[in-house]
Design a protein around this ligand. Structure first.
Ligand code: ZN
Length: 184
């Protein structure tokens, strides 16, 4: 005699079918589906009452703390894949660069474990699209604030040296002495 499926079994079966369907989609179809879902989620969240929203946020917090190691691993792997895709590099490229920089930020030289978020982010030359290096969150943001280029960065330098080229020359010789062959 066949036993009736429990709620969990039914749910797992449904999810497995969804996963199979999703695996067979083309990138374009996936992108479309993601966009549709994002709009749907946004609308739904916007239309919740305060009470419903609180309940939902609570459930999400609970889920985050109660995730199994397996679920957390899957979630982190998905995030990593998504981030690399967004950044236009492969995880192999990232790992190679990471090794070359000894796990340190290419500007400040701090080890990634001492940086904000504990991660280094890829920095691209916006003109050529090439990977320049991996930076800590702080430096990556600062570069962006100064326009992500040399001309933009030289403006505060000019300000800091007070227009005195002698002070710039001193700073450069200091940098040369300090870097002794390291990439930063
Ligand atoms: Zn840094």
């Amino acid at each position: 005699m066949s036993r009736r499926m429990t709620y969990e079994e039914k749910r797992e079966k449904k999810r497995a079918a969804e996963r199979r369907r999703y695996a067979n989609l083309t990138d374009e179809q996936r992108e479309k589906q993601r966009e549709k879902k994002a709009v749907y989620d946004r609308d739904r969240y916007a239309n919740l009452t305060d009470e419903q929203r609180e309940k939902r946020d609570d459930a999400e917090r609970r889920w985050r703390t109660n995730m199994t190691d397996e679920q957390r691993k899957r979630k982190n792997a998905a995030r990593r894949r998504w981030q690399f895709k967004k950044n236009g590099i492969t995880s192999e490229q990232y790992d190679r660069q990471f090794e070359a920089q000894d796990g340190r930020c290419a500007i400040c030289g701090r080890h990634h474990t001492e940086c904000l978020n504990g991660r280094l982010v890829p920095d691209h030359d916006h003109e050529t699209g090439e990977l320049r290096g991996l930076l800590c969150h702080k430096e990556n943001r600062s570069l962006g604030l100064f326009g992500d280029n040399l001309a933009g960065l030289l403006k505060p330098v000019k300000y800091l040296i007070g227009g005195d080229p002698e002070r710039l020359a001193m700073a450069i010789s200091y940098l040369k002495r300090k870097s002794d062959g390291r990439p930063y």
